[in-house]
Design a binder for this molecule. Structure first.
Ligand SMILES: Cc1ncc(COP(=O)(O)O)c(C=O)c1O
Length: 311
């Protein structure tokens, strides 16, 4: 059965949501996107969209870099998304992809005179990476794109060629995931996820100046670690060798959720098992996203599948 996508102003069956081969974003990678997670809450009989507002705030801010601001407000984008979720009615966890793109037909990679459009689709999604057993990851021979080249703070479609080449090489070498370093050789992030280490009982993660995406999940984890687990969190430059010397390590991301890392380049992280702090953070995160933590219910947009979200 076909599902529905929101495409250039209308809800349509997904097979009708198509762009031309002459589309600017296809030719030049001129798109920005957000990946947002939805969770099915069986006991409440509704879907929950996690931190939708923060995802749209991020893309709206980034759209200004690329002259790509959509003709829709934050509230309109959230209402359209909730309505799409209602129409597709996934009774399982799912993923929402919002793509903002240069839809004009024009030759030349200019940004400011080409029309911007957007599309939204949803798809069922369980684990994106293994969140249960611990990942074996490698440090990429490729470097992360720089803020002065293609800003990684924006989820720019074209920049994902950088991600694609790193994760493809890592997988072909038999690893589960990859860690990118900056041009200076400091730890940046994973392929589509931020990274945290535990060092002397503290959480450490690269600051936003290390060519990372300012992850919504990263922000959630920093908040939860400080407020609920009483952990100290440091945002600071991380040397490559700290990856080999840390007690625990994990990735965070909308798709990855909280994914423990237990080996890096054939060296065990700590004693090689999932660390206690990582496990506590993962448990807490899953409770929060699944609407089981009353204090964080304002991070969850509940969608009643029977009530239309658009007035
Ligand atoms: C490059 C990159 N870093 C980090 C993340 C994690 O960000 P978030 O937690 O907002 O999904 C993602 C995924 O969206 C990503 O693509």
């Amino acid at each position: 059965m076909s599902d529905i996508s929101y495409f250039e102003g209308n809800f349509v069956p997904t097979e009708q949501a198509n762009i031309s081969v002459k589309n600017h974003s296809f030719l030049y990678g001129t798109s920005l996107f957000e990946g947002i997670r939805g969770y099915w809450l069986p006991e409440k009989g509704c879907a929950s969209i996690f931190r939708m507002k923060e995802h749209y705030e991020r893309i709206l801010a980034n759209s200004r870099i690329f002259f790509m601001t959509p003709e829709a407000s934050l509230d309109q984008l959230m209402d359209l998304t909730s309505e799409l979720v209602r129409q597709n009615a996934h009774q399982q966890d799912f993923y929402i992809r919002f793509t903002l793109y240069k839809s004009g037909i024009s030759i030349g990679p200019f940004l400011d005179k080409v029309k911007t459009d957007f599309t939204i689709w949803t798809h069922p999604l369980g684990d994106y990476v293994n969140t249960k057993d611990g990942l074996h990851v490698t440090i990429s021979a490729w470097r992360r794109v720089d803020d002065n080249a293609i800003p990684p703070c924006a989820k720019a479609g074209g920049a994902y060629m950088n991600t694609a080449i790193m994760i493809t090489d890592a997988k072909r070498q038999g690893f589960d995931e990859v860690i990118a370093l900056t041009q200076e050789g400091n730890v940046s992030e994973g392929s589509a996820m931020n990274i945290f280490l535990v060092r002397k009982g503290k959480l450490v993660t690269p600051p936003i100046t290390e060519n990372i995406l300012e992850g919504v999940t990263r922000d959630s984890i920093i908040t939860l670690a400080r407020n609920e687990l009483g952990l100290e969190v440091e945002e600071r430059t991380i040397d490559r060798t700290e990856l080999y010397r840390c007690e625990e390590a994990f990735f965070t991301g909308t798709a990855a959720q909280v994914a423990p890392i237990t080996r890096i380049d054939h060296r065990s992280v700590g004693d090689g098992s999932i660390g206690k702090i990582t496990q506590a953070i993962q448990n807490l995160y899953f409770d929060v996203v699944k609407g089981k933590h009353p204090k964080y219910m304002d991070w969850c947009t509940l969608v009643d599948l029977k009530t239309p979200s658009l007035k």
